[in-house]
Design a protein around this ligand. Sequence first.
Ligand code: SAM
Length: 220
Amino acid sequence: MAESPVEPEETLAEVLARFEYELPEEQIELLDAYRRELWAWNEKMNLTRHTTLEKFVTRDVGDSLELANLLDEGERVLDVGSGGGVPGVILAIARPDLKVSLCESVAKKAQALDQMVTTLGLNVKVYPARAEDLLEATTFDTLVARAVAPMRKLLYWLAPRWDAFDRLLLIKGRNWVAERGEARHHGLLKPLELRKAAEYVTRGADAVSVILKIEPKQDD
Ligand SMILES: C[S@@+](CC[C@H](N)C(=O)[O-])C[C@H]1O[C@@H](n2cnc3c(N)ncnc32)[C@H](O)[C@@H]1O
């Protein structure tokens, strides 16, 4: 059952400022428009559990901005398993130089995403597809993913597709070491190099997250 949003008492700009996120005014307006769209669609289907401004800012905006720091100018980015659009839509708002695409395997969620980005006027392509199928014929610089599947599963899906993208940036919580162990145990990391590209504490919460950068090993 989708959660109903709580009516915000503060504005998004105030909550962003409270957690010390600085963004241009026009980006804050777009983020707020996205947040309203997301919460409206969430009434019809389960897209997010982050239905307070504080959670939207500290979890969704926070994670997406950490990712944004790791992306080069103009990259072609695919958000794998976009769900309600995090991190892809927020990346597209915060980094208009990027060419962001979203990929979502559940058709009705992909439709909702498509309507959201159209309403927001964002130049973002939405693929109603499984990432591993899309990557058979479409290429990107960087794949990003949050909360899609355990590392072992994701690397298994993507194993035959590394010629379609250069690197994968995964947002993970505390459990990432165990997930890495499981992926290693199944030989999925053998041809790959994994390093921690960022580690941060979710603002206002006692939760550590990491961004793992995974790419093919370079031949000597
Ligand atoms: C738990 S949601 C997370 C959504 C969003 N990334 C977030 O962090 O809020 C995971 C989404 O990934 C989608 N998904 C799962 N496997 C996928 C795949 N192989 N390709 C594309 N989407 C996938 C699911 O349909 C679901 O909407």
